[in-house]
Design a protein around this ligand. Structure first.
Ligand code: TXA
Ligand code: MG
Length: 308
């Protein structure tokens, strides 16, 4: 159910969960200091309790009550990438943030989204925690309709149109005096090199203390995805708009082979379309370079293709 901004504010402040737009993906939001409201998020998504939530803020200075110190490059990162698709994980003063938000970790993930409606909302509600607005393990939501598919037509959604980048934020984690990438996302790793003076390394997804969410199955449609550079004569293929595929195949084109932004913006819509059309198996054209935003795409596809 689409609701206006003032109703979203009212619901959130009274401890309800509301789906909100951001420029990356839709989020399932609650106020950060109401553990009962936050429990509802975990339940709605069927999210593992050991997977912590990102806190969304309106201004960089809103972080100050939660931390003892700011890492040296914090100002540079926030000036260059906020508002926007960057999430920063920082050590925090643990008793300032409910345990359920942090999943018991001594750190907290923070982000200032750039979607104008999200910013307007955050100015009125204060900090909101929000995971992506999808059932745990399934493709994220990049439109109001996706949220309604997962949570029902009656679920309150602050409608903000289609998400412009369409893939989650990049997560940078500060630890041992340096930044590492906890999750690839809408900002490519190379973009941080100019700001930090070094290319942040990608953390191992196997380390549970680093970015817990990376351990879980993610982004997956019901359909079986076959990542490939060769294609059958028949069947479904997800591919590029500037390439030819065998004539008898059903081809879903998600963008040009020189435009990873365009492809990522159609990623979740395409994965959801497979289920909508009851397609059981699809080949995905993964003939693209292992660099820049293509790395985000292959990471999502690798996770989405894991079978339970
Ligand atoms: O673009 C986004 O980041 C979207 C929008 C709604 O802001 N949010 C999002 O949230 O993707 P979610 O919950 O789907 O993914 C959050 C990721 C998870 O992998 C989680 O483990 C990681 O952030 N995370 C959260 N808190 C963390 C922490 N303290 N340390 C390390 N990783 C953390
Ligand atoms: Mg998610």
């Amino acid at each position: 159910m689409h609701i206006p901004l003032d109703q979203a504010v009212k619901l959130l402040l009274s401890g309800e969960v509301v789906a909100i737009p951001t420029e990356t993906v839709y989020g399932l939001a609650a106020v950060f200091d109401n553990p009962t409201a936050i429990e509802k998020i975990y339940k709605l998504k069927n999210r593992p309790p050991e997977n912590p939530l990102i806190m969304h803020l309106a201004n960089p200075e809103d972080i100050l009550p939660f931390i003892e110190f700011l890492p040296p490059e914090f100002d540079l990162l926030s000036k260059n990438f906020w508002p926007g698709a960057l999430t920063l994980v920082l050590p925090v003063i643990v008793d300032k943030i409910p345990e359920i938000v942090r999943a018991g970790l001594p750190t907290q993930a923070f982000r200032i989204p750039s979607h104008p409606l999200a910013l307007e909302l955050l100015k009125k509600t204060g900090p909101l925690v929000a995971p992506s607005a999808n059932l745990s393990g399934r493709p994220s939501s990049v439109s109001e309709t996706h949220v309604e598919t997962d949570f029902g037509l009656q679920f309150p959604v602050l409608a903000g149109g289609n998400c412009t980048s369409g893939v989650e934020s990049t997560i940078l984690i500060y630890s041992n005096d340096k930044w590492t990438i906890g999750r690839l996302g809408a900002i490519p790793a190379v973009a941080f090199e100019a700001v930090l003076g070094y290319l942040p390394a990608l953390t191992s997804a196997k380390d549970p203390l680093i970015c817990p969410g990376q351990r879980f199955r993610h982004y997956a449609p019901q359909a079986k995805l076959k990542l490939s550079i060769e294609f059958p004569r028949q069947g479904c293929i997800i591919g590029f708009s500037d390439r030819e595929y065998p004539v008898d195949t059903q081809v879903i084109k998600w963008g040009a082979s020189n435009n990873p932004e365009e492809v990522l913006s159609h990623l979740y819509e395409t994965l959801r379309l497979l289920d909508q059309e009851n397609i059981k198996e699809a080949y995905v054209d993964v003939n693209f370079p292992n660099e820049g935003l293509w790395q985000t795409l292959i990471e999502r596809l690798n996770k989405a293709s894991i079978r339970e």
